[in-house]
Structures are given as structure tokens and as C-alpha cells.
Ligand binder design. Structure first.
Ligand code: FMN
Length: 304
């Protein structure tokens, strides 16, 4: 069977599909469980400087099979509290990527230092959450501000830095280019797509916050298009995320240019055994196409 291991900016992953940030990763026990269930690594939920409660309910709306709308509001226990959870995931042998979000470059740099001290293998910068005022895509939509954040984090830490970019912009690849120039070691694409659901009976938005972020199968073609464009314009590795639910979805992202993958909504809808299912199926698809490694298949849909 094809070798499923892959390397993203020096981080060796035994398998390519990781747990995405914000789903299932509340506790060290759940991060460790995802790894034991076959995830190639785990990304923590995004952690900020202070504890945050997030938005009031309802925060999630499920659209049948095709997607999920959420506006959680980045609830998290804060960087002083969360590290003990990371310790549990590391003790289980998981490759752990620490996700952080801040309001400016200084805050990101301070968080990066504290996250590095926990022993994580890489950092993922949440420059892309579409529904948190003053954070996420409000910062990450501006290539100049995004570059300042990446530079500040690179100065503050020796860890590989993955910049997670937003699809809610004219040109996601421009953001990826700005991140690469500023020293990012990898690009994670994409975060959720800004969207809205209306309750016709109550005649108001379904989510308490109004707008939310769409995830799941509905956004897979958007994620694929972003990965495709980014692959054409940057040389650093791409971690593909957005609607991956089956082995074939994962394979399509690899062919578009992703070297590793993250699964979020599929873990919520199918459970953590989805990692095993995706990896087994991906192995078969690579074998059928005569690829001996993931590396050989990366970006193959671009060949002329
Ligand atoms: C409930 C929920 C919470 C999320 N929280 C975060 C988060 O804290 N940080 C982050 O970078 N992305 C967060 N995301 C975005 C996911 O990591 C992922 O980028 C997105 O959902 C697309 O992938 P998917 O279709 O596989 O879910 C969240 C998504 C969902 C559905």
C-alpha cells in the first residue's frame, strides 16, 4: 500500500488527515482520542490571551448532509489554562498543532511564545474566523496586517508557522503569498465561508450572532479552488481543509496541491472513525493510480 506519511514544514505526520481546529478538540482527552482513532495529528481549538465565553445559543445550524453553519465566537479557556490539555495529547504521542488567535501582531507574538512552551510541534495562526469582531478574517483579510502578524510570530518562536487563510476575500492566494513572503512555513486553506440562515417563522437570523461560517461538503469546491490557486502561487506546503468527508475528497485536495489535510465537520457528522475510513480509502486510491507516496500525487491535477 502507498506510504501515507507526509511532511509539512519539517513536521512528520504518520498520516495526512489531521483534526481541524475547533471541532472535537476541547480537551486533551478528546485530542488524544482523535489521534488514537487514526488522525495524523491534531490542531487545537483556537486559543486567545484571555478566557472567552463565545456567543449565546443558538451557535450552530445543521443543513442536512451538505453543511453546517456556526458562529461560536471563539470560546476558549485562554492560554494560561489550555496548556494542560495539550500535555495530554502530546503524552498520547500525537503530533499537535497549536492554534492561536489575537487582535494584533503583539498579541499573536505573546501567544506564540506561550504556545511554544507547551511543546506543540507547530503553530497555526487563525487569521480567518469569519464571525469574531476584531479577530480572524477581520485581521487576515488585509495582506499587510496578515504579514505583520506572521513576521511578529516568526520572530517570537522557532516553531513552524502555518497561516490559516480566509476564503472570504477577492483573492485568497494573495493572502497566501503575503504570508509566504513574511516567513510562514505553510498555508492552511480554508476556514469557513461567511454565510447566513434565516428562520422564516421567527423572521430573523437563526444564529444568535446573525452571520456565521459555513463548513462541510457545501464548501469543498470553494476550498479546492483556493488550494488550487494557492498551489500555483506559493512554494510552501499547503494543508487543505473544507468539506473533506470521504477518501475521494481527500484525494482531490491532494491532486489540487495539498500535502496534508484537516477534517472538521466530517468528524462532527461521522464521528472520529472517519479518519480510519479516509486513510484506508486514500491508500487504495493512491495504489490504483500507482502513486507510491502522497508526495508523488501532490498537485498532479495541474500537470499540462
Ligand atoms: C463548530 C466549529 C468551530 C470551529 N472553530 C474553529 C477555531 O476555533 N479555529 C479555526 O481556525 N477554525 C475553526 N473552525 C473552522 C474549521 O477548522 C475548518 O477550517 C472549517 O470548518 C472547514 O472545514 P470542514 O468543512 O472540514 O469543517 C471551526 C469550524 C466549526 C464547524
Amino acid at each position: 500500500m502507498a506510504d501515507l506519511s507526509t511532511t509539512v514544514a519539517g513536521v512528520v505526520l504518520p498520516r495526512p488527515a489531521l483534526l481541524a481546529s475547533g471541532i472535537w478538540g476541547e480537551s486533551g482527552a478528546s485530542l488524544a482520542a482523535a489521534f488514537r482513532a487514526g488522525a495524523g495529528g491534531v490542531v487545537t481549538k483556537s486559543i486567545g490571551v484571555k478566557p472567552r465565553e463565545g456567543y449565546p445559543n443558538p451557535t450552530i445550524e445543521q443543513f442536512g448532509e451538505w453543511g453546517m453553519l456556526n458562529a461560536m465566537g471563539l470560546p476558549n479557556p485562554g492560554i494560561e489554562e489550555y496548556p494542560k490539555e495539550i500535555g495530554q495529547a502530546l503524552a498520547a504521542g500525537a503530533r499537535v498543532v497549536g492554534s492561536i488567535f489575537g487582535g494584533d501582531a503583539d498579541e499573536f507574538a505573546a501567544l506564540a511564545r506561550k504556545m511554544e512552551a507547551t511543546g506543540v510541534h507547530a503553530l497555526e495562526l487563525n487569521l480567518s474566523c469569519p464571525h469574531a469582531k476584531g479577530y480572524g478574517s477581520e485581521i487576515g483579510q488585509d495582506p499587510q496586517v496578515l504579514a505583520e502578524v506572521v513576521k511578529a510570530v516568526k520572530k517570537a518562536t522557532t516553531l513552524p508557522v502555518w497561516a490559516k487563510v480566509t476564503p472570504n476575500t477577492q483573492d485568497t492566494a494573495l493572502l497566501a503569498e503575503a504570508a509566504e513572503k513574511a516567513g510562514a512555513d505553510a498555508i492552511t486553506a480554508i476556514n469557513t465561508v461567511r454565510a447566513l440562515a434565516i428562520d422564516p417563522v421567527l423572521r430573523r437570523p437563526v444564529l444568535a450572532h446573525g452571520f456565521g461560517g459555513l463548513s462541510g461538503p457545501a464548501i469543498r469546491p470553494i476550498g479546492l479552488a483556493c488550494v488550487w490557486k494557492i498551489y500555483e502561487r506559493v512554494r510552501i506546503p499547503i494543508v487543505g481543509v473544507g468539506g473533506i468527508t470521504t477518501a475521494q475528497d481527500a484525494y482531490e485536495y491532494i491532486l489540487a496541491g495539498a500535502r496534508a489535510l484537516e477534517l472538521g465537520t466530517a468528524v462532527a457528522t461521522k464521528g472520529i472513525n472517519v479518519f480510519r475510513e479516509v486513510h484506508e480509502g486514500l491508500g487504495r486510491l493512491l495504489d490504483e493510480a500507482h502513486f507510491a507516496t502522497i508526495e508523488e500525487a501532490v498537485g498532479q491535477a495541474h500537470r499540462k
